[in-house]
Design a protein around this ligand. Structure first.
Ligand SMILES: [Ca+2]
Ligand SMILES: [Ca+2]
Ligand SMILES: [Ca+2]
Length: 489
């Protein structure tokens, strides 16, 4: 009898809890539960274990590739396969995307890959007096706007730059009326949209349009805007090694030289008609020459592939990460005209048998330099971020964080006083035996174990400093965003 009463009470409580949960805001419970699990999952290096914490900030994203904080409240995130720009406002992921890109090609590493945002208030005055004419024919985009008309922005509006792989239909050939097998090519493109903050997007304006073939790997895609409004776009080799930009010896002095628009960092000025900044490193050399003209848009070449670029907030220097084939992932300071060495060199030159700089295709105005840091066994390096705030640790500000896709690790490096490279003596230690880096290449298990935090099981695609000075980490397979903040306050 007593057992029967207990059982009845248990059943009653179960039903009561079930009904209560049905009417409860489930997202609160699920966030709480997930954040507890995740907090346990991420292991921070002992040096910082008592001073910083890692929490789940958002989840429910589909294969996110890039994120940008546009102001104190709004975070935009790209979904590679869905083609959505998702909008997180005050920490809440909105169900409707800001835009859904149509005609996306998503095979392998293609898709919606890069986002950069320019605050209109920050731009040069000349920006608005220019009347742009576009030399490209721009296909119509289906812009499905958010139905929310609340003013999301604290300022007057933004320009959004989106990098994605697009199926470009050939309007001249009307040989397929069924639509089953339309005649299209695949392009990697950057479009500019203007967002007024009330849900109204205008555009798009095509500002970069280059072939995505052969591919489908090594499309690069990360973008950054510098203080002058100049846009940097990184491109991989599209899995084709066939010209000077990959240091293939059919260089510009040979009759078969055709600039391939791959393995490069493109530097363009969206505020002028030509998009071509006159201080680009190959401008003088190439812009009057029809065959070489394309080179004048490049800032750097010899890049196999990259999932990360950032600008040093102290010097304004560009840095990148680069992915090796079977050996050597890299972190580089990218000075104007930098030739990173692919396909002849990955990692330090001295680790590439008898290869020398004379084996590379050195365009006029170019220079080779070794990576600032490299991993002999590739980690699948992804994003690079200069932490632009002292709020999570006074020693961390303006130093470098990078992520990877192979392990789900977050790495941390201190810059030297010239900000021209890594200071290995100031960098953290491997967790178990407390040894650090011996030199600028991680080629044993101790050096490879120098990790700031590990356990990002969804693997890392983007890292950003938030408006309040915290560090945010975007993870790919599980669609999450983690927030790294100070234990204090
Ligand atoms: Ca290199
Ligand atoms: Ca070493
Ligand atoms: Ca980033």
């Amino acid at each position: 009898m007593k057992r029967y009463v207990i059982l009845s009470i248990a059943i009653f409580i179960t039903i009561f809890v079930f009904i209560t949960l049905k009417f409860f805001d489930y997202s609160i419970i699920s966030n709480y539960v997930i954040s507890q699990v995740s907090y346990r999952q991420i292991e921070v290096n002992p040096v910082y274990r008592s001073s910083i914490k890692v929490e789940l900030y958002s989840d429910g994203l589909s294969y996110p590739t890039s994120m940008v904080f546009v102001d104190n409240r709004i975070l935009l995130v790209l979904e590679k396969e869905e083609g959505n720009i998702r909008l997180i406002s005050d920490g809440l992921l909105r169900p409707e995307p800001l835009i859904k890109i149509q005609n996306l090609s998503t095979e392998a590493e293609r898709g919606l890959l890069g986002l950069a945002v320019l605050n209109k208030n920050d731009t040069k005055n000349s920006y608005y007096s220019n009347n742009h004419s576009n030399i490209h024919s721009v296909p119509e985009q289906d812009i499905s706007e958010s139905d929310n008309n609340e003013n999301l922005f604290e300022s007057s509006g933004y320009r959004l730059y989106l990098y994605f792989t697009e199926r470009a239909y050939d309007t001249k050939s009307n040989n397929d009326s069924t639509g089953d097998d339309p005649d299209y090519t695949v392009r990697n493109r950057v479009y500019e949209y203007t967002w007024d903050g009330t849900g109204n997007l205008s555009g798009p304006r095509l500002i970069m349009d280059i072939s995505a073939e052969p591919g489908p790997y090594h499309n690069g895609g990360k973008m950054k805007i510098d203080k002058d409004g100049i846009l940097y776009v990184v491109m991989g080799d599209l899995t084709a090694v066939n010209n000077a930009l990959q240091n293939y010896p059919g260089g510009p002095n040979h009759s078969n030289f055709i600039p391939s628009n791959s393995s490069v960092i493109v530097r363009i000025d969206p505020s002028i008609n030509s998009y071509l900044p006159k201080d680009n490193p190959f401008y003088e050399y190439s812009h009057y020459n029809n065959e070489l003209h394309q080179l004048s848009f490049y800032y750097s070449y010899g890049i196999r592939n990259s999932f990360g670029i950032d600008i040093d907030p102290v010097t304004g220097n560009l840095w990148d990460t680069e992915n090796g084939e079977d050996i050597y992932d890299e972190i580089n300071l990218v000075e104007p005209g930098f030739n990173s060495g692919w396909y002849k060199v990955m990692g330090p030159l001295q680790s590439n048998n008898d290869t020398t700089v004379s084996d590379l295709v050195m365009l006029k105005g170019s220079h080779y330099s070794d990576p600032e840091f490299s991993w002999k066994t590739p980690i699948g390096i992804t994003d690079i971020e200069f932490l632009k705030s002292p709020n999570i640790g006074a020693d961390l500000v303006n130093n470098v964080f990078v992520g990877d896709i192979n392990n789900g690790n977050l790495y941390y490096f201190v810059l030297n006083s010239y900000r021209s490279g890594i200071d290995i003596n100031s960098t953290i230690k491997e967790e178990s035996n407390r040894k650090g880096l011996e030199d600028l290449a991680a080629d044993d298990s101790i050096e490879s174990g120098v990790i700031f935090a590990k356990g990002f099981d969804g693997r890392i695609t983007d890292i950003e400093t938030g408006p309040e000075g915290n560090l945010y980490v975007l993870t790919y397979f599980d669609g999450r965003i983690y927030k790294i903040s100070s234990m204090v306050g």
